[in-house]
Design a protein around this ligand. Structure first.
Ligand code: GLU
Length: 295
């Protein structure tokens, strides 16, 4: 059986982009008779707020996107992450933000920095008097996988990603580790999420392999863009669900979104459950979804 999930971060209200991802994850699972899980990704205590958690439940219900089970909150799973962290090859990193900035060139494609490995071979006598972050010591693996929507993806992890952080200096585990442990332990078979996470997936697959977990099927859905091609972000207040709810009912919102995403030919109101019978991944466009001002 297919087991899928939504994994929203409670760092703000849902946005049209999150709604689209949730709709796609839901349609994929429900159209194939699978099980849908909800996981609140409150890993980062500085950014997560209880009011946003409550709003996520309410907004998903309002949209008609239901779930069968809720997974444990990430903030409650530190011991589990510690256990899996201890099984991985890691080293302490004492680099400050400034040092990271000056020593590591931004990656050409998305501005992400590739860690040059400054602390990888430090001997304990070279350790600094401050609490380190912990990085994974990558090998030379080239990770290749087939994304259900984007096709073949290949990444040389050390060259294109670099030894990434698994635990921050404040003790918070990295999203990359938490998401792998949570999806694997939750027996998730299908991960549907935004295309902005496509470049993180090889690093996550490497963790799956190191920890002996089964790798799920991935589908990275297109991002929403303005007519000029600029990525729409959470800053676009008009596309925040609290604003959208004041202007339309859920059927109208889903109908317009499905139309813009080319899942339907007309923008008529429709419920998610009525989109299910015609849903197939082959019909989903890989191109960014253009949202104009009068959505
Ligand atoms: N929590 C992430 C987000 O809200 C999604 C992570 C994932 O689906 O793996 O963007």
């Amino acid at each position: 059986m297919i087991i899928g999930r939504f994994a929203p971060s409670p760092s703000g209200r849902m946005h049209l982009g999150n709604i689209f991802t949730a709709l796609m994850a839901w349609l994929s699972v429900r159209s194939q008779g699978g099980k849908m899980l909800l996981r609140i990704e409150d890993l980062d205590p500085d950014r997560s707020k209880r009011e946003y958690i409550d709003a996520i439940y309410e907004d998903l219900r309002w949209l008609g996107l239901d779930w069968d089970e809720e997974m444990p909150y990430q903030s409650q799973r530190t011991e589990i992450y510690t256990d899996y962290f201890s099984r991985l090859p890691t080293y302490p990193c004492f680099c400050t933000r400034n040092e990271l900035h000056s020593a590591n060139a931004p990656h050409a494609s998305d501005g992400r920095t590739v860690y040059a490995g400054t602390c990888r071979n430090l001997s304990p006598s070279e350790y600094k008097q401050r609490t380190p972050a912990w990085r994974v010591a990558l090998d030379d693996s080239v990770i290749e996988f087939h994304d259900g929507l984007c096709g073949k993806v290949t990444q040389n992890l050390r060259a294109e990603w670099g030894d990434f952080i698994l635990r921050r200096s404040d003790g918070v585990y990295a999203y990359q580790l938490a998401v792998v442990c949570d999806d694997a332990l939750g027996a998730v078979t299908q991960v549907v999420r935004g295309n902005d996470l496509l470049s993180s997936t090889p690093a996550q697959i490497w963790l799956y392999q190191q920890l002996g977990f089964q790798v799920p099927q991935f589908y990275h859905v297109p991002l929403l863009v303005a007519p000029d091609g600029r990525r729409l972000s959470k800053r676009e207040k008009d596309l925040d669900i609290s604003h959208l709810k004041n202007h339309m009912c859920a059927e109208e919102l889903i109908g317009k979104l499905a139309y813009h995403a080319k899942l339907r030919n007309t923008p008529d109101p429709i419920l998610p459950k009525d989109l299910c019978k015609d849903f197939h991944w082959n019909h989903v466009s890989r191109a960014p979804i253009v949202i104009d001002d009068n959505f």
